[in-house]
Design a protein around this ligand. Structure first.
Ligand code: 5CA
Length: 482
């Protein structure tokens, strides 16, 4: 009777615990756990010859992407899951900052771009298309014109400002040199936000909100991104910051103060309606600029020798303020409080979602493969069943798999009958943050081998404590509550 009660008690407590966890934290996407035997994970043994940088090689080897033509990629399930997690973080932080999501089409009428004068100015990077009615269309490389058209069709008064609208949509730029996989592709997924304000002061507030949202966005993905003064290129305007990840394989040369690498990030309870200018001033008072705008003499003057960073960087996002560059020629005006009609002040704010995935890999890998930060990892844990044909091993793995799933952990269960060496190599290659290794010896002693992919640290933990150990590790590293 006592034994029965003790079993019942354990079962009850465990279920209570699981119910609690269910509401406590959820992976950023609806958890889609998987058995490897049912999954599509075409990993490559060979190192692809024409992939020049490590992220491109690892994305191909880990079965994340497949090239379909120059600069065009399919996102295979593992890669797609990472991309979706990145997108979700971007959307959450945009929403928090007060931006509102909508969706514009990929194809745009050329006439809109004739209004702004960019149809001819954009040159060969623009993919121009003619439909069956001989109408000129283009595959959008960006959306300033279309969003200005949406704005002018319904907003007429300053009372409806400020407004910030964004979407996450595929873009096409017929780059001369698409390269490095999805780092510089021709078709790529971008989040682009557009702000509308009555005057320059108000527009600065909108710019600052995006500045803070970007700091939080990259931090949540485990990236150290530094805002740097930058050139505005074909988007236009005078004020712009690029968010840069320092990496040897980066395409731009950058100059900055090393203290920017360790600055505190605004927390989740930041009030976006408060005055954010002190945060922006704090970040922008230290020297940071891309080589298009950097004055090297000024850099050397402003930054002590031991704090100077001259390095290569990957641009993962950019902010622009361009005033009435589009609103004026396109007639996007509102009446101000005196009844006067004024062109609105605009900014645009891009994040390269499909570029962030390789950028994270450039920042986080070793000789064995990718090391995903938990917040964007395709799966948070992988269970490696070293003896899939052994009944006891499989029973333990099945139990762990279902318990981890009910605790809302994203799990990949390697239930295939491949050899241990191949399983370890795949788990390291695809970079799942935590590995649970289950073999006959461990089953007998009631233990799982636990490996932390990032530190390489291994230790044995009792099977009864596995779920709690994983939950305790994973939940804070999701960075969704900080
Ligand atoms: N309309 C503005 C901001 S909404 C704009 O288009 N900005 S952009 O040109 O700087 O692009 C925004 C981001 O998209 C870049 O910071 C970069 O991260 C990403 N991006 C740009 N070109 C490519 C490309 N060819 N491949 C992958 N990502 C790209």
């Amino acid at each position: 009777m006592l034994a029965f009660l003790s079993i019942w008690y354990k079962f009850f407590i465990k279920n209570q615990l699981n119910c609690f966890k269910l509401f406590e934290s959820q992976s950023i996407l609806e958890s889609i756990s998987m058995r490897l035997s049912n999954y599509f994970l075409p990993v490559l043994k060979e190192v692809p010859k024409d992939a020049e940088i490590v992220s491109h090689r690892l994305m191909l080897r880990a079965g994340m992407i497949r090239q379909q033509a120059a600069g065009l990629y399919s996102w295979l399930p593992l890669g797609f899951k990472v991309m979706q997690k990145v997108q979700k973080i971007v959307e959450q932080e945009q929403n928090r900052a007060g931006a509102i999501e909508l969706l514009m089409p990929t194809l745009q009428p050329a006439d809109l771009w004739r209004e702004s004068g960019r149809y001819d100015a954009y040159g060969k990077e623009m993919l121009r298309i003619t439909d069956r009615g001989e109408r000129d269309l283009l595959y959008g490389p960006t959306n300033e014109e279309m969003i200005t058209d949406i704005f002018r069709s319904s907003i007429k008064s300053y009372k409806d400002l400020p407004l910030n609208l964004y979407h996450v949509q595929w873009k096409f730029r017929d780059e001369v040199r698409p390269r490095f996989g999805t780092m510089r592709s021709r078709e790529f997924l971008m989040k682009d936000a557009y702000s509308f304000d009555l005057n320059e002061d108000e527009a600065a507030k909108s710019y600052n909100k995006m500045f803070v949202a970007y700091l939080r966005t990259y931090y949540r993905m485990g990236l150290t991104a530094i805002p740097m003064r930058a050139d505005t290129g074909p988007i236009g305007g005078e004020l712009s910051h690029e968010f840069i990840i320092i990496a040897d394989t980066g395409e731009s040369e950058v100059y900055c103060h090393s203290d920017l690498l360790n600055k505190a990030i605004p927390s989740i309870d930041i009030d976006y309606n408060s005055d954010l200018s002190s945060i922006i001033d704090d970040w922008t008072s230290l020297f940071a600029a891309t080589d298009d705008v950097a004055d090297v003499a000024e850099f050397e003057n402003a930054v002590p020798n031991d704090k100077r960073i001259k390095a290569r960087g990957i641009e993962v996002g950019q902010l622009f303020y361009f005033g009435d560059k589009y609103s004026k020629p396109m007639g996007a005006t509102v009446t101000d409080s005196n009844g006067k009609e004024v062109a609105v002040h605009m900014g645009s704010y891009g994040i390269g979602i499909t570029r962030i995935v390789p950028a994270i890999i450039e920042a986080s890998h070793d000789e064995n493969g990718i090391i995903w930060p938990v917040s964007v990892a395709p799966f948070e844990v992988i269970i490696l069943n070293l003896r899939a044909k052994d009944e006891e091993c499989s029973k333990v793995c099945e139990n762990l798999y279902s318990e981890l799933k009910s605790a809302n952990i994203d799990v990949l269960y390697d239930d295939t009958d491949q050899g241990a060496g191949a399983k370890f190599a795949t788990a390291d290659l695809i970079g799942i943050p935590f590995q649970l290794v289950i073999g006959p010896r461990g089953v007998k002693s009631g233990e799982a081998e636990f490996k932390n992919r990032a530190s390489g640290e291994k230790n044995n933990i009792p099977l009864s404590g596995v779920v709690q150990t994983i939950v305790d590790l994973v939940i804070p590293q999701r960075r969704d509550k900080i």
